[in-house]
Design a protein around this ligand. Structure first.
Ligand SMILES: Nc1ncnc2c1ncn2[C@@H]1O[C@H](COP(=O)(O)OP(=O)(O)OP(=O)(O)O)[C@@H](O)[C@H]1O
Length: 454
């Protein structure tokens, strides 16, 4: 049977290290090259997706790096490979330059097999994700519209994106269910862009952010003189989205009286502005979202069941960021690139302790929280790398009101202890296990259980 394991090329001239690596990475088909020529040959013959490259290869006493030339050549031959560079001999700066030149990430020598293992795994993950994105963009132009702007490698989230793409062209109402900051608006916009209405307007309104007394006018508009202060006719959001899509965020916050009016619009496709005498036909698609349990609200009499069925022909549940393994690091890189460009161009990457912190944080505010923290970290970072300290993930605050039961409290305590231990040992798993007083396999089990690896 043919070997289906992913292909990893290791360019390393130290025979001792070669042996160690060969033993450590059974999950991959390993190709080990001792010098540049061999590396290029293996790259052409085997087309691996991920390469680790010793920058100091072959040992060059004068400090000019053969490794850089090898890196450039490899990327020229196969631009989509992920090349992880090793900065030996304390030459961390040169590794960062290599990243600027197209390398994917770096590890420091002496090699910590576990840490390198994490980076390699993440590199395969990113590679697969990019390939999937390219494939989707090529096979169906429409698909890229949702997936194109969505940064994720998590199967659950990719499933969400595909569902959105599928429902975009169908004439059905869609309800997005997810906590704050999970990307509901982004997905609603994606749905609009992938739908036949893409040339119309996309209008968003957050029903929870508008006082009840103003919401009717916001949604339905008003005629001049309809109430004190109505100095001119103002169309509502439903009308503004004519021919396009209206995104109603926090739809559970619409008061019952207005729910009736919204229902009428959905049934008859006409609205009446406040103070207006004429029904106006409007062709607007409604996409809604909520973080509330609408079923419970229906039972409690706070949400109309008939409206619910009109709004939620299809409901799509969006997972929390902490339940999307690998995504925090992926998104962090995305935001880093974006913010660094405008705010602090010297910032090039994430330090290993930052990656560990990103993976272990529970992200109560989801992607929005990550975005804000990365913005702050990019501004605050002193060097080329963002560290865990720059991210300022503050445990105590999250402990505040969120702990609902003993299991959750334990998980949070476990995560915190693990994160601190790993940060203290600079990513060394054996050392961290020692600090925690558990065995290495137990620590691996916990990391897996809490999805703390990318
Ligand atoms: N998967 C993702 N990839 C890239 N950016 C994302 C992703 N998810 C969310 N974002 C970004 O994170 C921020 C928050 O997302 P968004 O506003 O869509 O969340 P939301 O669920 O609508 O939040 P809220 O309910 O609090 O309004 C936005 O800037 C959005 O562009």
């Amino acid at each position: 049977m043919s070997d289906t394991r992913p292909k990893l090329l290791i360019v390393e001239d130290d025979p001792g290290l070669q042996r160690q690596l060969r033993w450590a990475y059974e999950d991959y088909q390993l190709f080990i090259a001792g010098d540049r020529d061999e590396a290029i040959e293996m790259l052409r013959a085997e087309a691996p997706d991920v390469v680790t490259l010793d920058l100091g290869l072959p040992p060059d006493p004068d400090g000019t790096s053969e490794g850089f030339a090898t890196l450039a050549e490899m990327l020229r031959i196969k631009p989509d490979i992920k090349v992880i560079v090793a900065s030996g001999h304390g030459a961390r700066e040169s590794a960062l330059d290599a990243i600027a030149g197209g390398a994917y990430d770096f590890y420091q020598k002496p090699v910590d097999i576990d840490e390198l293992g994490l980076i390699v795994r993440r590199a395969f993950h990113v590679h697969a994700l990019e390939r999937e994105n390219v494939r989707l963009a090529e096979t169906a132009p429409e698909d890229g519209r949702v997936l194109g702007r969505l940064i994720t490698g998590a199967p659950e989230m990719l499933k969400v994106a595909r569902t959105i793409e599928r429902v975009a062209s169908a004439n059905v109402s869609v309800l997005l269910l997810g906590a704050s900051g999970t990307g509901k608006e982004l997905l609603a916009q994606g749905l609009h862009d992938a739908s036949p209405r893409r040339d119309g307007a996309f209008v968003a309104i957050n029903c929870a952010a508008i006082p009840e007394t103003l919401l009717e006018s916001e949604l339905f508009g008003h005629e001049k003189g309809a109430f004190t202060g109505a100095i001119k006719m103002t169309p509502g959001k439903i009308e503004q989205a004519q021919g396009g899509t209206l995104f109603l965020d926090e739809v559970g916050d619409i008061p019952l009286a207005l729910q009736v009016k919204l229902l009428r619009f959905l049934q008859e496709r006409v609205i009446e502005r406040i103070g207006g005498r004429q029904p106006i036909s409007v062709d607007t698609r409604i996409v809604c979202a909520t973080h509330q349990d609408l079923d419970a609200m229906i039972v409690a009499g706070n949400f109309r069941e008939d409206l619910y069925y009109r709004l939620a022909e299809i409901s799509v549940r969006i997972p929390m960021l902490k339940d999307r393994p690998g995504d925090p690091a992926l998104l962090a890189r995305h935001f880093l690139t974006r913010f660094a460009r405008d705010m602090n161009p010297q910032v090039k990457g994430l330090a290993p302790d930052a990656l560990v912190a990103l993976d272990s944080w529970t992200w109560p505010g989801n992607v929005r929280e990550l975005e804000n923290r990365m913005k702050r970290a990019v501004i605050m970072a002193d060097g080329k790398l963002i560290t865990a300290a720059d991210l300022d993930l503050d445990d105590e605050r999250a402990d505040g009101g969120d702990v609902v039961n003993l299991k959750a409290a334990r998980e949070m305590a476990d995560r915190r202890a693990i994160r601190r231990a790993i940060a203290r040992t600079d990513g060394n798993i054996s050392g961290a296990a020692k600090i925690l007083g558990i065995s290495r396999p137990t620590l691996y089990d916990l990391l897996k259980q809490y999805q703390m690896q990318g």
